[in-house]
Ligand binder design. Structure first.
Ligand code: DX5
Ligand code: ZN
Length: 216
């Protein structure tokens, strides 16, 4: 099955956000990946609610909102109202992850959990049935344009095994440093959704680049 592609708007030109979203609308992208960074959970601040709302106003694709923030519970409803279709929180930021997942679903959004490169997939065993998506970070979160961490392949294999053994349906999303070199093996090992920021937006023809990723 063709992979789902989620271009990360973090790498877009924010001075021309309407045109950038229009480009994604015209492309084969399946989602728009929206990276929210608070400067505390990760050492960088990206953008927040008004920008997410602006993206949503122009978007014809569902927003896949990746919350790289402490205390995400305080902002779930805000981001749902801002247009998030998928809300992904970080395992490392949630003391009561099960409760957070219930709260996301109660808002009518799809629930995702992201795991940092050092977090074993096995830590998700007891919530895996609750998840619509697992986002495997293939870089340390905080910045676009970083180098892909090779250990990700074995994590995806172990996650796939975990999902199969529990008969769970969560989609596997890979986030960070994804390009046409590593995407084929990621898909072979079990990835369903590829996030790609700089690879798409720094290419000379983003629509064609998205199409190439989609055709893998
Ligand atoms: C990293 C973000 C990623 C990032 C991906 O902290 O969560 O979504 O925007 O960008 P690239 O594809 O450039 O690594
Ligand atoms: Zn992300």
């Amino acid at each position: 099955m063709a992979p789902r592609i989620a271009p990360s708007i973090l790498a877009a030109d924010f001075g021309n956000i309407q045109q950038e979203v229009a480009m994604l609308n015209a492309s084969q992208a399946d989602y728009i990946h929206v990276d929210i960074m608070d400067g505390i959970f990760v050492p960088n601040i990206s953008f927040g609610v008004p920008v997410t709302e602006a993206i949503h106003r122009h978007a014809q694709k569902p927003l896949d909102v990746h919350l790289m923030i402490q205390q995400p519970d305080l902002y779930l409803e805000t981001f749902r109202n801002a247009g998030a279709e998928i809300i992904t929180v970080h395992y490392e930021a949630c003391t009561h992850l099960h409760r957070t997942l219930q709260a996301i679903k109660k808002l009518g959004a799809k629930a995702g959990v992201a795991i940092n490169p050092h977090t074993p997939v096995e830590f998700l065993r007891d919530v895996i049935d609750e998840l619509d998506l697992v986002c495997v970070m293939s870089v340390n979160p905080g910045f676009g344009g970083q180098r892909f961490i090779e250990n990700t392949y074995s994590k995806v294999l172990r996650l796939k095994d975990l999902l199969t053994s529990k008969d769970a349906k969560a989609l596997i999303e890979i986030d960070g440093g994804v390009n046409l070199q590593n995407a084929p093996l990621l898909l072979e090992t079990g990835a369903d959704i590829l996030v790609a920021g700089s690879f798409v937006f720094t290419s000379s023809d983003p629509i064609a680049t998205i199409a190439e990723l989609k055709s893998l």
